[in-house]
Design a protein around this ligand. Structure first.
Ligand code: NAP
Ligand code: GLV
Length: 307
Protein backbone atom coordinates (compact mmCIF):
# COMPACT_ATOMS: atom_id res chain seq x y z
CA UNK A 1 0.00 0.00 0.00
CA UNK A 2 1.06 3.64 -0.42
CA UNK A 3 0.87 6.84 1.57
CA UNK A 4 -0.27 9.84 -0.46
CA UNK A 5 1.34 13.14 0.61
CA UNK A 6 -0.85 16.02 -0.63
CA UNK A 7 0.09 19.53 0.50
CA UNK A 8 0.38 23.11 -0.67
CA UNK A 9 4.08 23.14 0.26
CA UNK A 10 6.68 24.38 -2.19
CA UNK A 11 8.94 21.73 -3.75
CA UNK A 12 11.73 22.06 -1.15
CA UNK A 13 9.39 21.91 1.82
CA UNK A 14 7.55 18.94 0.33
CA UNK A 15 10.84 17.08 -0.26
CA UNK A 16 11.96 17.82 3.32
CA UNK A 17 8.58 16.65 4.65
CA UNK A 18 8.75 13.37 2.74
CA UNK A 19 12.31 12.85 4.04
CA UNK A 20 11.04 13.31 7.60
CA UNK A 21 8.21 10.83 6.95
CA UNK A 22 10.61 8.29 5.37
CA UNK A 23 12.95 8.58 8.34
CA UNK A 24 10.13 7.62 10.73
CA UNK A 25 8.32 5.15 8.46
CA UNK A 26 11.10 3.50 6.43
CA UNK A 27 8.89 0.65 5.22
CA UNK A 28 6.13 2.82 3.73
CA UNK A 29 5.94 3.90 0.08
CA UNK A 30 5.24 7.62 -0.29
CA UNK A 31 3.59 8.98 -3.44
CA UNK A 32 2.55 12.49 -4.45
CA UNK A 33 -0.32 11.47 -6.70
CA UNK A 34 -2.69 8.53 -6.53
CA UNK A 35 -1.26 5.21 -7.72
CA UNK A 36 -4.32 3.06 -6.99
CA UNK A 37 -2.65 1.58 -3.92
CA UNK A 38 -3.14 4.51 -1.57
CA UNK A 39 -4.62 3.64 1.83
CA UNK A 40 -3.35 6.63 3.86
CA UNK A 41 -3.33 10.32 2.92
CA UNK A 42 -1.22 12.79 4.86
CA UNK A 43 -2.40 16.26 3.92
CA UNK A 44 -1.71 19.93 4.56
CA UNK A 45 -4.15 22.22 2.77
CA UNK A 46 -4.44 19.85 -0.22
CA UNK A 47 -6.05 21.19 -3.39
CA UNK A 48 -9.79 20.51 -3.56
CA UNK A 49 -10.44 17.10 -5.08
CA UNK A 50 -7.03 15.66 -4.12
CA UNK A 51 -8.62 12.87 -2.06
CA UNK A 52 -11.30 11.66 -4.43
CA UNK A 53 -11.03 8.37 -6.33
CA UNK A 54 -9.06 6.55 -3.62
CA UNK A 55 -11.16 3.40 -2.98
CA UNK A 56 -8.72 1.85 -0.49
CA UNK A 57 -8.36 4.95 1.70
CA UNK A 58 -8.47 4.14 5.44
CA UNK A 59 -7.07 7.29 7.06
CA UNK A 60 -6.82 10.98 6.21
CA UNK A 61 -4.29 12.61 8.55
CA UNK A 62 -4.14 16.40 8.39
CA UNK A 63 -1.10 18.43 9.41
CA UNK A 64 -3.44 21.28 10.35
CA UNK A 65 -5.30 21.66 13.65
CA UNK A 66 -8.40 23.16 12.07
CA UNK A 67 -10.39 20.79 9.85
CA UNK A 68 -12.78 23.40 8.42
CA UNK A 69 -11.10 23.76 5.04
CA UNK A 70 -10.97 19.99 4.45
CA UNK A 71 -14.60 19.62 5.51
CA UNK A 72 -15.63 22.29 3.00
CA UNK A 73 -14.28 20.15 0.13
CA UNK A 74 -17.40 18.46 -1.31
CA UNK A 75 -15.22 15.68 -2.74
CA UNK A 76 -13.77 14.69 0.67
CA UNK A 77 -14.50 10.94 1.11
CA UNK A 78 -17.38 10.72 3.57
CA UNK A 79 -16.71 7.50 5.46
CA UNK A 80 -12.94 7.67 5.90
CA UNK A 81 -11.64 8.58 9.38
CA UNK A 82 -10.26 12.13 9.36
CA UNK A 83 -7.62 13.00 11.99
CA UNK A 84 -6.48 16.54 12.67
CA UNK A 85 -3.15 17.73 14.03
CA UNK A 86 -2.82 17.86 17.79
CA UNK A 87 0.71 18.81 18.81
CA UNK A 88 1.71 20.21 22.21
CA UNK A 89 4.40 22.32 20.47
CA UNK A 90 1.67 24.02 18.44
CA UNK A 91 -0.48 24.54 21.54
CA UNK A 92 2.48 26.23 23.25
CA UNK A 93 3.10 28.46 20.20
CA UNK A 94 -0.56 29.50 20.29
CA UNK A 95 -0.33 30.24 24.02
CA UNK A 96 2.76 32.42 23.36
CA UNK A 97 0.84 34.43 20.75
CA UNK A 98 -2.12 34.83 23.10
CA UNK A 99 0.22 35.96 25.91
CA UNK A 100 1.98 38.45 23.60
CA UNK A 101 -1.35 39.91 22.50
CA UNK A 102 -2.68 40.19 26.05
CA UNK A 103 0.53 41.73 27.40
CA UNK A 104 0.62 44.18 24.49
CA UNK A 105 -2.98 45.26 25.07
CA UNK A 106 -2.80 45.34 28.87
CA UNK A 107 0.51 47.22 29.00
CA UNK A 108 -0.46 49.45 26.01
CA UNK A 109 2.56 48.41 23.93
CA UNK A 110 0.62 48.91 20.67
CA UNK A 111 -0.12 52.48 21.83
CA UNK A 112 3.53 53.07 22.74
CA UNK A 113 4.56 51.85 19.25
CA UNK A 114 2.12 54.39 17.76
CA UNK A 115 3.50 57.09 20.07
CA UNK A 116 7.03 56.35 18.85
CA UNK A 117 5.90 56.76 15.22
CA UNK A 118 4.50 60.18 16.29
CA UNK A 119 7.64 61.14 18.29
CA UNK A 120 5.52 61.33 21.41
CA UNK A 121 6.75 60.64 24.97
CA UNK A 122 3.82 59.93 27.26
CA UNK A 123 3.22 57.48 30.07
CA UNK A 124 -0.06 55.57 29.95
CA UNK A 125 -1.88 53.90 32.88
CA UNK A 126 -0.47 50.56 34.03
CA UNK A 127 -3.13 48.36 35.67
CA UNK A 128 -2.08 45.12 37.35
CA UNK A 129 -2.58 41.82 35.50
CA UNK A 130 -5.16 40.69 38.06
CA UNK A 131 -7.22 43.77 37.16
CA UNK A 132 -7.48 42.62 33.54
CA UNK A 133 -10.24 40.14 32.58
CA UNK A 134 -9.46 37.87 29.67
CA UNK A 135 -12.06 35.61 28.07
CA UNK A 136 -10.90 32.65 25.98
CA UNK A 137 -13.58 31.31 23.62
CA UNK A 138 -12.94 27.61 22.98
CA UNK A 139 -11.25 25.47 25.61
CA UNK A 140 -9.84 22.73 23.42
CA UNK A 141 -6.18 21.97 22.83
CA UNK A 142 -5.24 25.56 22.07
CA UNK A 143 -7.74 27.48 24.17
CA UNK A 144 -7.01 25.48 27.30
CA UNK A 145 -3.22 25.94 26.95
CA UNK A 146 -3.63 29.66 26.27
CA UNK A 147 -6.03 30.12 29.20
CA UNK A 148 -3.73 28.32 31.65
CA UNK A 149 -0.70 30.30 30.43
CA UNK A 150 -2.57 33.59 30.90
CA UNK A 151 -3.80 32.56 34.36
CA UNK A 152 -0.24 31.66 35.37
CA UNK A 153 0.76 35.25 34.46
CA UNK A 154 -1.79 36.62 36.91
CA UNK A 155 -4.64 37.53 34.55
CA UNK A 156 -8.24 37.04 35.59
CA UNK A 157 -9.16 34.39 33.02
CA UNK A 158 -12.49 32.89 32.07
CA UNK A 159 -13.20 30.40 29.32
CA UNK A 160 -16.14 29.17 27.29
CA UNK A 161 -16.88 25.91 25.51
CA UNK A 162 -19.84 23.79 24.37
CA UNK A 163 -19.54 21.17 27.07
CA UNK A 164 -18.85 21.70 30.74
CA UNK A 165 -15.12 21.54 31.42
CA UNK A 166 -12.61 22.41 34.15
CA UNK A 167 -9.37 24.26 33.53
CA UNK A 168 -6.97 24.99 36.43
CA UNK A 169 -7.13 28.62 37.50
CA UNK A 170 -9.82 29.49 34.95
CA UNK A 171 -13.49 30.29 35.54
CA UNK A 172 -15.39 28.27 32.95
CA UNK A 173 -18.89 28.42 31.51
CA UNK A 174 -20.57 26.59 28.69
CA UNK A 175 -23.48 27.01 26.33
CA UNK A 176 -25.15 30.17 25.06
CA UNK A 177 -26.57 30.97 28.51
CA UNK A 178 -23.13 31.48 30.07
CA UNK A 179 -21.81 33.60 27.24
CA UNK A 180 -23.51 36.98 27.66
CA UNK A 181 -22.15 37.55 31.17
CA UNK A 182 -18.63 36.54 30.16
CA UNK A 183 -18.65 38.78 27.08
CA UNK A 184 -19.85 41.77 29.07
CA UNK A 185 -17.12 41.35 31.71
CA UNK A 186 -14.05 40.79 29.53
CA UNK A 187 -11.44 43.46 28.78
CA UNK A 188 -9.86 41.17 26.19
CA UNK A 189 -11.63 38.42 24.23
CA UNK A 190 -9.49 35.75 22.56
CA UNK A 191 -11.12 33.59 19.89
CA UNK A 192 -9.94 29.99 19.70
CA UNK A 193 -13.16 28.39 18.48
CA UNK A 194 -13.12 26.02 15.50
CA UNK A 195 -14.89 27.28 12.38
CA UNK A 196 -18.17 25.36 12.08
CA UNK A 197 -21.67 26.23 10.89
CA UNK A 198 -22.41 27.21 14.52
CA UNK A 199 -19.45 29.60 14.84
CA UNK A 200 -19.37 31.12 11.33
CA UNK A 201 -19.82 34.91 11.68
CA UNK A 202 -19.70 34.57 15.48
CA UNK A 203 -18.47 38.15 15.93
CA UNK A 204 -21.32 39.96 14.23
CA UNK A 205 -22.90 43.27 15.22
CA UNK A 206 -25.13 41.72 17.89
CA UNK A 207 -22.30 39.87 19.67
CA UNK A 208 -19.89 42.79 19.34
CA UNK A 209 -22.57 45.01 20.93
CA UNK A 210 -22.51 42.75 24.00
CA UNK A 211 -18.80 43.37 24.64
CA UNK A 212 -17.70 45.65 27.44
CA UNK A 213 -17.24 49.12 25.89
CA UNK A 214 -13.59 49.51 24.88
CA UNK A 215 -12.81 45.78 24.99
CA UNK A 216 -10.20 44.30 22.66
CA UNK A 217 -10.66 41.35 20.32
CA UNK A 218 -7.89 38.87 19.51
CA UNK A 219 -8.83 36.50 16.68
CA UNK A 220 -6.38 33.61 16.41
CA UNK A 221 -8.79 31.03 14.96
CA UNK A 222 -10.37 31.69 11.55
CA UNK A 223 -11.21 34.85 9.60
CA UNK A 224 -14.79 33.76 8.92
CA UNK A 225 -15.55 33.96 12.65
CA UNK A 226 -15.64 37.73 12.20
CA UNK A 227 -18.06 39.81 10.14
CA UNK A 228 -15.50 42.35 8.97
CA UNK A 229 -17.91 45.22 8.31
CA UNK A 230 -19.38 44.78 11.82
CA UNK A 231 -15.94 44.76 13.44
CA UNK A 232 -14.91 47.89 11.53
CA UNK A 233 -18.12 49.58 12.74
CA UNK A 234 -17.43 48.48 16.33
CA UNK A 235 -13.89 49.90 16.07
CA UNK A 236 -15.27 53.17 14.69
CA UNK A 237 -17.77 53.48 17.54
CA UNK A 238 -15.17 52.62 20.21
CA UNK A 239 -17.10 49.51 21.34
CA UNK A 240 -13.93 47.63 20.38
CA UNK A 241 -10.76 49.57 21.13
CA UNK A 242 -8.24 47.31 19.39
CA UNK A 243 -8.29 44.13 17.31
CA UNK A 244 -5.39 41.74 16.92
CA UNK A 245 -6.16 39.66 13.84
CA UNK A 246 -4.09 36.68 12.72
CA UNK A 247 -6.62 35.13 10.35
CA UNK A 248 -8.80 36.51 7.57
CA UNK A 249 -11.59 35.49 5.22
CA UNK A 250 -9.17 35.90 2.31
CA UNK A 251 -5.52 35.03 2.93
CA UNK A 252 -3.15 36.65 2.17
CA UNK A 253 -5.13 39.69 3.33
CA UNK A 254 -5.77 41.74 0.14
CA UNK A 255 -3.54 44.83 -0.15
CA UNK A 256 -6.54 47.19 -0.24
CA UNK A 257 -8.22 45.78 2.90
CA UNK A 258 -8.96 48.49 5.51
CA UNK A 259 -7.40 46.37 8.27
CA UNK A 260 -3.89 46.93 6.91
CA UNK A 261 -3.71 50.63 7.78
CA UNK A 262 -6.31 50.82 10.55
CA UNK A 263 -4.72 52.48 13.61
CA UNK A 264 -6.57 50.13 15.99
CA UNK A 265 -5.86 46.88 14.16
CA UNK A 266 -2.75 44.73 14.43
CA UNK A 267 -2.37 42.30 11.51
CA UNK A 268 -0.42 39.03 11.63
CA UNK A 269 0.00 36.73 8.58
CA UNK A 270 -1.68 33.60 10.03
CA UNK A 271 1.38 33.12 12.20
CA UNK A 272 -0.13 32.43 15.63
CA UNK A 273 0.78 28.73 15.69
CA UNK A 274 2.43 27.36 12.61
CA UNK A 275 2.67 23.61 12.16
CA UNK A 276 6.15 22.60 13.34
CA UNK A 277 6.97 19.75 10.96
CA UNK A 278 9.52 18.25 13.36
CA UNK A 279 6.97 17.49 16.09
CA UNK A 280 3.86 17.38 13.88
CA UNK A 281 5.34 14.69 11.61
CA UNK A 282 5.86 12.49 14.68
CA UNK A 283 2.20 13.01 15.65
CA UNK A 284 1.01 12.10 12.13
CA UNK A 285 3.27 9.04 12.04
CA UNK A 286 1.90 7.82 15.38
CA UNK A 287 -1.54 7.60 13.75
CA UNK A 288 -0.20 5.76 10.68
CA UNK A 289 1.46 3.24 13.01
CA UNK A 290 -1.79 2.90 14.98
CA UNK A 291 -3.65 2.11 11.74
CA UNK A 292 -1.06 -0.45 10.67
CA UNK A 293 -1.12 -2.13 14.09
CA UNK A 294 -4.90 -2.11 14.42
CA UNK A 295 -4.91 0.30 17.39
CA UNK A 296 -7.44 3.14 17.82
CA UNK A 297 -6.74 6.30 15.83
CA UNK A 298 -6.15 9.54 17.74
CA UNK A 299 -7.55 13.05 17.23
CA UNK A 300 -10.40 12.10 14.95
CA UNK A 301 -12.64 14.90 13.75
CA UNK A 302 -16.32 14.53 14.62
CA UNK A 303 -17.78 15.37 11.22
CA UNK A 304 -21.19 16.03 12.74
CA UNK A 305 -19.77 18.73 15.03
CA UNK A 306 -17.24 19.92 12.45
CA UNK A 307 -14.17 19.76 14.73
P1 NAP B 1 -10.32 21.87 19.65
O1 NAP B 1 -9.35 21.13 20.51
O2 NAP B 1 -11.20 21.11 18.75
O3 NAP B 1 -11.18 22.79 20.62
C1 NAP B 1 -12.33 23.44 20.21
C2 NAP B 1 -12.97 24.11 21.43
O4 NAP B 1 -14.02 24.97 20.98
C3 NAP B 1 -13.59 23.12 22.40
O5 NAP B 1 -13.42 23.60 23.70
C4 NAP B 1 -15.07 23.17 22.01
O6 NAP B 1 -15.93 22.88 23.10
C5 NAP B 1 -15.22 24.63 21.66
N1 NAP B 1 -16.36 24.87 20.78
C6 NAP B 1 -16.60 24.37 19.56
N2 NAP B 1 -17.74 24.82 19.04
C7 NAP B 1 -18.27 25.64 19.99
C8 NAP B 1 -19.45 26.42 20.06
N3 NAP B 1 -20.33 26.47 19.06
N4 NAP B 1 -19.66 27.12 21.18
C9 NAP B 1 -18.78 27.08 22.21
N5 NAP B 1 -17.64 26.37 22.21
C10 NAP B 1 -17.39 25.66 21.10
O7 NAP B 1 -9.54 22.91 18.71
P2 NAP B 1 -8.07 23.52 18.92
O8 NAP B 1 -7.03 22.52 18.58
O9 NAP B 1 -8.01 24.16 20.26
O10 NAP B 1 -8.04 24.63 17.77
C11 NAP B 1 -9.00 25.67 17.75
C12 NAP B 1 -8.91 26.40 16.42
O11 NAP B 1 -7.73 27.19 16.35
C13 NAP B 1 -8.79 25.51 15.18
O12 NAP B 1 -10.05 24.97 14.79
C14 NAP B 1 -8.24 26.46 14.15
O13 NAP B 1 -9.30 27.12 13.50
C15 NAP B 1 -7.48 27.49 14.99
N6 NAP B 1 -6.03 27.44 14.75
C16 NAP B 1 -5.41 28.59 14.33
C17 NAP B 1 -4.04 28.58 14.12
C18 NAP B 1 -3.33 29.84 13.72
O14 NAP B 1 -2.14 29.79 13.45
N7 NAP B 1 -3.99 30.96 13.71
C19 NAP B 1 -3.30 27.41 14.35
C20 NAP B 1 -3.97 26.27 14.76
C21 NAP B 1 -5.35 26.29 14.96
P3 NAP B 1 -16.39 21.37 23.42
O15 NAP B 1 -15.18 20.51 23.30
O16 NAP B 1 -16.91 21.49 24.80
O17 NAP B 1 -17.42 21.02 22.39
C1 GLV C 1 -3.73 26.49 11.31
O1 GLV C 1 -4.46 27.43 11.19
C2 GLV C 1 -4.18 25.17 11.67
O2 GLV C 1 -5.39 24.93 11.69
O3 GLV C 1 -3.32 24.32 11.95
Amino acid sequence: MSVLVATDFDADEQAGFIDLLRGLLPHERFVQSSDGEVDVAIVANPPEGALQGLPGLKLIQSMWAGADRLLRDPTLPKDVPLARMVDPAMNRAMAETALWAVLSLHRRFFDYAAQQRATRWQLLPQPRADEVSVLVLGLGEMGRTAAMTLASHGYHVSGWSTRETNVDGVRTAHGEAGLATLLAAADIVINLLPLTPATQGFFDASRLARLKPGASLVNLARGAHVVDADLLAALASGRVSHAVLDVFRTEPLPADHPYWHHPAVTVLPHAAAQTDLRSATAAAVANVRALREGRPLANLVDRQRGY
